[in-house]
Design a protein around this ligand. Structure first.
Ligand code: ZN
Ligand code: ZN
Ligand code: FE
Length: 763
């Protein structure tokens, strides 16, 4: 019996070769009908034998194309039309526009093979792509995803490309960025005076220049990179100087897994992440005696390594053993450059040459950074390759209003919620300058447009001085709600795990504005997505100069030392005082004693800073989190014991007393015990403190679930050991994996807390 079915498929189904796939499937079962892209996915009608229709729908799920993600399929029977053949119809613009867009993915193997084939018409063509690969999110200006709505609009396809594009049997059927050397974008090489270099093969020439020690600005997928030969120490040092980036590790690109194994240790899982289609930067443990410049990743046990992901990268890294630094092409602290004119203006004093092209990047997207810890991939910076794939929310979190959450001040991302899905933006950056703020505004506009969301609620952090807060206060036509920083961290962790609570939430980070107006950062909260109680925290220590002390760990050290020794701290014989003059010490000491410009803090990050400074590791930092990172890196893994600490109960709240801890550290220093032993004992102490608090709170609250969130959990020693110890105590431990544990994941938690409160009528 002949039946006709209308199906609606939602998910990531556009620009991923979905319609040709449907076409081929329909042909296989001899079904007639059509398929069309609509603004909320794909609609199809098929007609044929009932049994074939069933198999057809089963195959859709089983064999769907590599970049597709199906979130729902609806089907209904309609009357047959008795037509012949199957058509792919032109898409039209609908009113509803909630199609999911694919992230940018690395060039596929089929395309690489063609690119390396001297008889192929795209031989060595650096913009080769197909429906299974290439740019997406960064070139889309609007939906539906058609060539007209991408930055490929300005290139008119030649006859051959057009034929491929229109042939449903072809791998490039409706591949929107389809191009060839005849009709598509091209690369050119320039010097920093913006004079074009005449050469047959700009990429080959660029590679030669890098090998000679030059710094190249290279336009990529989501922005510019600055590239140098990672084995050329002088070149790496020059790049550091010119970029004014003192010590923060540089990412590197290697040709393949084999070359990665030459410089770093790789587990099977790490290998899989490195070669995944998202192609993130993966933190991998350095191999001793590797041939790279020590300035690539100083004072760090890890390299940030990625594999090539665009055709240009493949052509640049053709030769085995070539390893290039590929760091974001920006002036430190500013967003990565995407526009040719901007790049020439901003990077001319850094780069010697520019390898650029004329395919515009519409939306900037940095390289993602991930690490593998405790059996899972962990996001550190979630951007290119992952965005805009949503976080799918659990049942209880459906039916929230359309929410826009603005994120925090550092590592900013925004988050939009619609239809049970949370869309986190790409990494926006530290909101410390106008450029980043502009990018923040663009990201809000762009994501709202391509997701077709007009927010009904605006959520922001409680900190009165954040730019995001000022932005929220200026929006008068929409309800707004502020969410506490650490509550947002905690709920971010719950949301990505589909858990609604209640839990014991250990949230450890550098800084976040508390409900009492103090700077929090070492908190144990008990609560769920709606509310929380603060059950434990580090005792307050006055932070001289407030958050400005972040750059000067020595100031934190004076404050923590004062807590333990009062004015006697001046007589201590510790490495810190070999670096900081007595005069400077006394100035800060006076600020603390007289309570001038001091802000009470329970920060965990500042405690790490203080220890690093006391040990003489670092009294000043050049990037956020540097002192704790170095403290982690020198820790002697064989040391198992820890320092004593005190707990004091105040009302229903536990205060973690740090004086004993500081005294014990200083005692070890004076005994001449090495910093790597002390550093590890300190780490062990933090682990013991929070494990003990969980055990106490489990008794009091009857809760057996612990969630870990906040930037401190990027610290491998703390993360792995605390998770393990808690599990040994019988706790269920909830951790971040899909979104960063640092402030990059904050907007997700904000969106959920705000949206849920709004839904429950609490706003
Ligand atoms: Zn391809
Ligand atoms: Zn062409
Ligand atoms: Fe935070």
């Amino acid at each position: 019996m002949i039946k006709r079915v209308r199906g609606k498929i939602r998910g990531i189904v556009q620009g991923v070769g979905f319609r040709p796939f449907i076409y081929q499937l329909a042909s296989r079962y001899g079904l007639s009908g059509f398929v069309i892209n609509t603004s909320d996915g794909v609609t199809l009608e098929i007609e044929g034998a009932d049994g074939h229709i069933d198999s057809f729908f089963k195959d859709i799920i089983r064999d769907c194309p590599p970049l597709a993600y199906i979130s729902s399929i609806e089907r209904e029977y309609i009357s047959p039309k008795y037509e012949k053949g199957f058509q792919i119809e032109e898409s039209k613009r609908g009113d509803e526009r909630s199609t999911l867009i694919s992230p940018d993915v690395c060039v596929c193997e089929d395309c690489i093979r063609e690119m390396m084939d001297p008889f192929d018409r795209r031989y060595r063509y650096p913009f080769i792509n197909c429906t299974n690969c290439g740019p997406r999110y960064t070139i889309i200006m609007d939906i539906p995803y058609d060539r007209e709505n991408t930055t490929m609009k300005k290139f008119k396809m030649c006859k051959l490309c057009k034929e491929e594009y229109e042939d449903p049997q072809n791998r490039r059927f409706h591949a929107q960025p389809n191009a060839c050397p005849k009709c598509g974008p091209e690369v050119t090489l320039w010097n920093n005076k913006r004079e074009k270099l005449n050469c047959d093969d700009p990429i080959l020439k660029a590679k030669e220049l890098i090998k000679k020690g030059a710094i190249l600005a290279i336009k990529g997928l989501g922005g510019f990179h600055l590239a140098v030969d990672a084995k050329n120490h002088k070149a790496v040092v020059r790049l550091r100087k010119r970029k004014r980036r003192e010590e923060k590790p540089f990412a590197i690109m290697v040709r393949d897994i084999e070359d990665a194994k030459g410089i770093a240790h790789l587990s099977h899982e790490e290998e899989k992440i490195l070669t995944s289609k998202e192609r993130p930067i993966v933190l991998l443990r350095k191999r001793k005696g590797n041939p790279l410049s020590s300035e690539v990743s100083p004072k760090n046990r890890y390299f940030g390594i990625m594999l090539p992901y665009t055709p240009i990268h493949y052509l640049l890294l053709e030769k085995r053993g070539d390893i290039f630094v590929m760091t974001s092409g920006n002036i430190t602290d500013e967003p990565i450059n995407i526009d040719n004119d901007d790049a020439f203006r901003n990077l001319k004093d850094i780069a010697d040459y520019f390898l650029i092209h004329n395919r515009d990047i519409y939306l900037r997207s940095d390289d993602s950074v991930v690490t593998f810890m405790g059996g899972k991939l962990r996001q550190i910076r979630r951007s290119r390759g992952y965005v805009p794939v949503p976080i799918f929310l659990s049942e209880r979190l459906r039916g929230l209003p359309l929410v826009l959450a603005l994120g925090g001040e550092l590592k900013n991302t925004i988050c939009l919620i619609k239809d049970g899905k949370a869309f986190l933006s790409q990494h926006v950056g530290d909101m410390e300058n106008l450029e980043t703020f502009q990018f923040f505004l663009l990201t809000i506009r762009h994501m709202s447009r391509i997701l077709d969301i007009t927010p009904e609620l605006l959520v922001y952090d409680m900190h009165p001085d954040y730019l995001t807060t000022q932005y929220a206060k200026e929006q008068t036509d929409i309800p707004t709600v502020a969410v506490q920083h650490h509550h947002a961290h905690l709920v971010s962790c719950l949301a990505e795990n589909g858990i609604s609570g209640p839990v014991i939430g250990i949230t450890l980070d550098g800084t976040g504005y508390g409900t009492d107006g103090n700077i929090w950062g070492g908190e144990v909260l008990v609560g769920d997505a709606l509310r929380f109680r603060r059950r434990a925290h580090f005792e307050y220590v006055p932070l001289p100069g407030g958050d400005s002390a972040i750059r000067y760990p020595w100031k934190s050290a004076i404050s923590y030392l004062y807590k333990a020794f009062e004015s006697d701290l001046l007589n201590l014989n510790i490495p810190l005082f070999k670096r900081i003059s007595k005069r400077d010490t006394e100035v800060v000491l006076k600020m603390i004693q007289r309570d001038i410009n001091c802000y009470p803090t329970s920060s965990c990050g500042r405690l790490f800073d203080a220890i690093a400074a006391i040990l003489g590791l670092r009294h000043r930092v050049s990037y956020e989190g540097q002192a704790p990172m170095e403290l982690e890196m020198i820790s002697d893994e064989d040391i198992k014991d820890h320092y004593e600490f005190g707990l004091e109960k105040e009302g229903d709240r536990y205060l973690i007393k740090i004086s004993d801890l500081i005294r014990a550290v200083v005692e070890d220093v004076q005994k001449g015990i090495g910093p790597s032993v002390i550093a590890k004992r300190f780490h062990n102490s933090i682990i013991e403190i929070f494990k003990l608090l969980c055990v106490i709170l489990r008794d009091e609250e009857g809760i057996n679930r612990v969630a870990l969130s906040g930037g401190v959990f990027q610290n491998r020693i703390i993360f792995e050991n605390l998770s393990l110890k808690l599990q040994q105590e019988g706790f269920e431990v909830i951790t971040h994996s899909l979104v960063p544990t640092n402030d990059g994941g904050l907007s997700l938690g904000q969106a959920i807390v705000g949206g849920l409160r709004f839904k429950e009528g609490l706003i």
